[in-house]
Design a protein around this ligand. Structure first.
Ligand code: SAH
Length: 349
């Protein structure tokens, strides 16, 4: 049995012809799935009975089950906990902006990267999500909010470049006309900086935005926050970013989570200026979200604004990420964590 959401149109066409069906049935099935939001073969009315039976014998349509919803007070951020067929739980966030709805999808159950400030990585990585399982988060959320999603960020749990093939396939499918037709420029992939995979991604020459979770401009400091920094130096990351820019012409986005007393000094800001001053880029400052498992504290408002001032003064385009949904633990992996913790506690009682 296959999850039909893992199939591209071409793959389904091939399957149809290989099984003696007409290849145009593939497009009809895709239309039901993506244009009509019908996730039951029996309701695909223009597909003949015997083809439906054949589909049912060989495919399932894996839409995760919604187990919990959190809604921010301002009703602009929604966080959903979804359960896949094997019982694994992931979280997906929807943010409503004036310019459209944005979704933050998870790419793995858990994460292996070990960033010290991140809740997603606490239990390690359980498994990769398939392209169809990532896509199903978008499908389920669209149905849930009754509106279209126009932007996708791959910034939920998991390291997208550690699940390269499935993530690439997801981007290609969700971008296709037969699927949700979400433009590549409306898709952002965020990575902690896996250098060989950044280069590989550059070769795809896609128009997506690459976001690098930098968080420190010096290796010595970065290694204390992110174990991956022991493997790839900042110099190597910068070199791969220049390569990416050369190949794609796309501006890179650098994420910098500000932690009180760790990476938010004037000196840190000037180091960052020095690192990025020649680069086609944008810096996104993120007031770090406190998670209960570590001692990382959010920088003061003053420090955040001061950091922004230094970068801007030196001509580096910088924004402070609007904090949405911090009242519902909307930062990376926090919900899944607290859900698993409370489940454990309930089981212990
Ligand atoms: N693994 C990828 C994508 C998932 S994390 C990556 O590292 O980019 C998405 C972003 O959230 C990253 O920039 C990550 O560093 C950041 N992040 C994780 N925990 C956070 C927290 N507690 N507060 C603020 N940002 C956090």
């Amino acid at each position: 049995m296959y999850n039909i959401l893992d199939f591209s149109l071409d793959e389904l066409k091939k399957w149809m012809t290989d099984t003696g069906e007409s290849s145009f049935r593939a497009k009809q099935v895709m239309d039901w799935l993506y244009k009509n939001q019908i996730w039951d073969f029996d309701n695909m009315k223009n597909i003949p009975q015997n083809t439906r039976q054949l589909l049912k014998k060989n495919f399932y349509i894996s839409i995760p089950q919604l187990v919990k919803t959190y809604e921010s007070e301002r009703k602009d951020t929604f966080k959903y906990l979804y359960k896949y067929d094997d019982g694994n739980i992931i979280e997906t966030v929807v943010m409503k902006y004036n310019r459209g709805n944005s979704i933050c999808v998870s790419t793995q159950v858990g994460c292996n990267m070990g960033c010290r400030f991140c809740a997603s990585t606490i239990g390690g990585m359980v498994r990769n999500l398939s392209s169809g399982e990532i896509l199903a988060q978008v499908l389920a959320c669209q149905k849930q909010i009754g509106e279209k999603i126009s932007n996708i960020v791959l910034m939920g749990s998991g390291e997208p470049l550690d699940n390269y093939d499935n993530v690439l396939k997801f981007i290609k499918i969700v971008n296709s006309q037969y699927c949700l037709n979400i433009g590549q420029r409306h898709i952002t992939l965020s990575t902690c900086g896996i250098v060989p995979k950044i280069k590989k991604l550059a070769e795809e020459k896609m128009q997506i935005t690459l976001a690098i979770s930098l968080h420190a401009a010096e290796d010595t400091l970065r290694t204390t926050m992110m174990p991956i920094a022991n493997k790839y130096s900042i110099d190597e990351i910068m070199e791969s970013c220049r390569y990416y820019i050369n190949k794609t012409g796309r501006r890179i986005s650098f994420e910098y989570a500000l932690v009180q007393g760790v990476n938010d000094s004037d000196r840190c800001a000037l180091k960052l200026v020095h690192l990025l001053k020649e680069m086609l880029c944008h810096v996104n400052l993120i007031p770090v979200n406190k998670i209960k498992e570590n001692g990382f504290k959010q920088s003061s408002k003053n420090n955040i604004e001061n950091f922004l001032r230094i970068l801007s003064k030196h001509g580096i385009e910088t924004t402070i990420r609007k904090e949405m949904g911090s009242d519902i633990d909307a930062a990376c992996g926090q919900l899944r964590r607290s859900y698993l913790d409370s489940k454990k506690n309930r089981e212990r009682v």
